[in-house]
Design a protein around this ligand. Structure first.
Ligand code: SF4
Length: 105
């Protein structure tokens, strides 16, 4: 293999690897779920299961409130997860809840 052909092959392999890595990274970011331990989640009392919300800390919370029926939820009712502007770049659980919950009109 001559030098220019070898260089082309090396660049092709490296480029393909970088493209695959970038695609995987973008996909992972798009699907990353908010963790209850994330600082923003802790600050808002976010739980992935609305029935697990601390009733002492949030006495106005009722189990019928969840992300899927929150005005800020960006997702279809049938989806298990959706976006929320309070957690940019991550998804919240449809059955989740946080203290910023506002009834969907
Ligand atoms: Fe869920 Fe609404 Fe809180 Fe976002 S603001 S995490 S959709 S309850």
């Amino acid at each position: 293999m001559n030098t220019s052909r070898r260089t082309f092959v090396i660049h092709s392999i490296t480029g393909a690897g970088l493209a695959a890595t970038a695609a995987f990274s973008t996909q992972a970011q798009a699907q990353a779920a908010v963790l209850e331990t994330d600082p923003q989640a802790v600050a808002l009392g976010y739980k992935v299961d609305t029935t697990k919300v601390d009733k002492v800390k949030f006495p106005k919370h009722v189990a019928a409130q969840n992300c899927a029926n929150c005005a800020l939820y960006v997702g279809k009712a049938a989806d298990a997860n959706g976006a929320c502007p309070l957690f940019a770049g991550k998804t919240v659980a449809a059955k989740g809840w946080c203290s910023a919950w506002v009834k969907k009109a």
